[in-house]
Design a protein around this ligand. Structure first.
Ligand code: CTP
Ligand code: CA
Length: 223
């Protein structure tokens, strides 16, 4: 079997992609977030759709328009992202590229916090659910191929391999974020897989990284 019904290699396949940061409220006007632009995840959603997959893109707040032919679901918090991912399953492919906030504020204020003579408020944080780990858990609706990301400033290989086994996913796209990545158009990644060796890709545009990853995914389903 070389191609699906419409001739494209991922025709008939469903994919769920997460992208962008999450936003965790502190009060009605403030929140915790991070520097993810969503560009890499959006490019992956587009590349999978271009190969014929039916793609649901679960997106945190970003300044990007929806890729053509992709069903975009906007979310803010990690918990909303998790619920949207679960609603989009079953799927054959999951690519979790979102920079999910590791923590949220415990006890979000219902009104705007005001400066007070007592000094600044202290924020109690609690850990967010790990979406990648829960999607990777064995079960009936586990996608056949689950891919995570690892953004690291040092020890890329050791950290990425540790995440591969801790989270139970099949592949990890390791991202060297000591390089210029956030908001940039280029990316330097290494693909770590469970069964094969590492593959370091030269720095290239996020669009090229996405096309290459989508092609690897298509090869995986062809095999
Ligand atoms: N991820 C997730 N849900 C979370 C945290 C992370 O789905 N609550 C996913 C990310 O989308 C990414 C992968 O897990 O695909 C790795 O994220 P990363 O932040 O590198 O890993 P953590 O386990 O959060 O470890 P740390 O931030 O401490 O390095
Ligand atoms: Ca994290």
């Amino acid at each position: 079997l070389l191609a699906g019904p419409d001739g494209r290699p991922l025709a008939g396949r469903r994919a769920v992609v997460t992208a962008g940061p999450t936003f965790e409220p502190i009060d009605p006007v403030r929140g915790l977030t991070n520097r993810s632009s969503g560009k890499q995840g959006y490019a992956i959603a587009q590349a999978l759709a271009d190969l014929g997959a039916r793609v649901t893109l679960i997106s945190g707040p970003v300044a990007l328009s929806a890729p053509i032919g992709v069903d975009r679901v906007p979310v803010e918090t990690a918990r909303e992202m998790k619920a949207a991912v679960e609603a989009a399953l079953p799927a054959d492919i999951a690519v979790m590229s979102a920079a999910v906030a590791d923590w949220r504020v415990d006890g979000v204020a219902s009104g705007k916090l005001k400066k007070a003579p007592g000094g600044p408020p202290s924020l109690a944080l609690i850990e967010n659910p790990d979406i990648l780990a829960s999607v990777s858990a064995p079960g009936k609706s586990r996608p056949k191929l689950v891919i995570g990301f690892a953004a690291e400033t040092s020890d890329l290989e050791a950290n990425a391999r540790a995440k591969l086994s801790r989270k139970g996913c099949d592949w990890i796209v390791g991202n060297d974020v000591s390089d210029d990545v956030f908001g940039a158009d280029g990316n330097t990644v290494t693909l770590f897989t469970r069964d094969a060796g590492d593959e370091s890709w030269p720095r290239q545009s996020k669009t090229e990284v996405a096309r290459k990853l989508a092609a690897r995914i298509a090869d995986h389903f062809k095999a």
